[in-house]
Design a protein around this ligand. Structure first.
Ligand code: KIV
Length: 266
């Protein structure tokens, strides 16, 4: 399979072809997403809540991101893989941002990095792109800032909200970002941002008019009990897993597992 490059995503937008993204955090599911035809995968810092049992993304470290990005890469060598910059890996200074983004590319095998923040991160974005690192922006609801935003709330409401989003998106685009994630923004605001840019927007909780969609894998598969309003649920894998484990418990207790086909003989 031929690997996609960043310029292909702008061409997709220009051609009106939707971009499909989901998160991936390990080898088996990265392979499943690649086999399914997902265009681009994000090893999100949502790994903190999906895999590591944290209640937010704030505790996620560079080492966590590197470990999970490496795993996804091993599972899907041909995927276009974006590695998320975790909290405090780039907010401290531009040099930290460049060093840590470089680690995601060199040590973990990411094709690009994603970072949360608007115009205030345009300079870092410019420096990363100049250093050879493709950058995906992320504006709207930025989960790393939930404490400042007063929770996980819809962003960009009203004329001022939309103008702010457009200004941030344009600053990131001018700095060289190849695409921008928009999270939890009213549909018409997301449409306005998408129309104001040449680069694609990839929406989550932003309605129908973004250039593409991204969803968290665990929401798509029904792996967690909590279900955000914006999430598409395409399977009940969590329920299937619980049922299978219950059956295993019953079989061991009843002495019906292991069965003849599971047993070695001399
Ligand atoms: O970490 C993540 O999964 C994300 C997506 C929700 C866009 O940032």
């Amino acid at each position: 399979m031929k690997k996609v490059t960043v310029s292909a995503f702008a061409k997709r937008k220009a051609a009106g072809e939707k971009i499909v993204m989901c998160t991936a955090y390990d080898a088996p599911f990265a392979k499943a997403a690649l086999d399914a035809g997902i265009d681009m995968m994000l090893v999100g810092d949502s790994v903190g809540t999906t895999h590591l049992g944290y209640s937010s993304t704030l505790p996620v470290t560079m080492e966590d991101m590197i470990r999970h990005t490496q795993a996804a890469r091993r599972g899907a060598p041909e995927a276009f893989l974006v590695g998320d910059m975790p909290f405090m890996s780039y907010q401290t200074c531009i040099e930290d941002g460049i060093r840590n983004a470089g680690r995601l590319i060199k040590e973990a095998g990411a094709d690009a990095v994603k970072l949360e923040g608007g115009a205030e991160y345009a300079e870092l974005t410019r420096r990363l792109v100049k250093s050879g690192i493709p950058v995906m922006g992320h504006i709207g609801l930025m989960p790393q800032s939930f404490q400042v935003l007063g929770g996980y709330k819809v962003q960009g409401r009203g004329d001022d909200g939309v103008a702010g989003l457009i200004a941030d998106a344009k600053a990131l685009e001018s700095a060289g970002a190849f695409a921008i994630v928009l999270e939890c923004v009213p549909e018409m605001a997301a449409k306005a941002v998408t129309e104001a840019l040449s680069v694609p927007t990839v929406g989550i909780g932003c309605g129908r008019y973004c250039s593409g969609q991204i969803q968290v894998l665990h929401d798509l598969l029904g792996l967690l009990d909590f279900q955000p309003k914006h999430a598409g649920r395409y399977a009940e894998v969590g329920a299937i897993a619980r049922e299978a484990l219950k059956q295993y418990c019953e079989d061991v207790k009843a002495g019906t597992f292991p069965a003849e086909q599971n047993i070695f003989h001399d």
